[in-house]
Design a protein around this ligand. Structure first.
Ligand code: THU
Length: 130
């Protein structure tokens, strides 16, 4: 079931624009309409302007008119787990429940599945502003 999400993240990773770090990342989200939206990291010569893969995938989902996701997959190379950065955890939080599965993958496939709540406990979200 997660294989389609993993394949989408792998495909997106192959399109990463990461000339500065050399670290390609792909991400894919399963949205509530059943569609998969993916994204890659897009770096910039003005380094802080770079975009993470998760942010790209979420932007693709929102641009398709969908605002809820149920599963996330992130893929990167190297021995260490490529978990979403702090900023991306918060970006996922905006559109997902705490129990949302986050699949952390290497090019060979799934390495670890965790949840948004595990990655971002006691989080601040849209409900706080109501
Ligand atoms: N990166 C992501 O795209 N997602 C993450 O969760 C971690 C880091 C990117 C940002 C930058 O282009 C490169 O990986 C190195 O940090």
């Amino acid at each position: 079931m997660t294989e389609d999400l993993i394949a989408a993240a792998r495909d997106a990773m192959s399109r990463a624009y990461a000339p500065y770090s050399g670290f390609a990342v792909g991400a894919a989200v399963r949205a509530d309409n059943g569609e998969i939206y993916s994204g890659c990291n897009v770096e910039n010569a003005a380094y802080p302007e770079g975009l993470c893969a998760e942010a790209s995938a979420i932007a693709a989902m929102v641009n398709a008119g969908v605002r809820r996701l149920s599963e996330v997959c992130v893929m990167g190379k190297g021995d260490a787990l490529v978990t979403p950065c702090g900023g991306c955890r918060q970006k996922i939080r905006e559109f997902a429940a705490g129990a949302t599965a986050i699949h952390v993958c290497g090019p060979e496939g799934l390495r670890k599945t965790t949840t948004l709540d595990e990655l971002l406990p006691l989080s601040f979200g849209p409900e706080n502003l109501k």
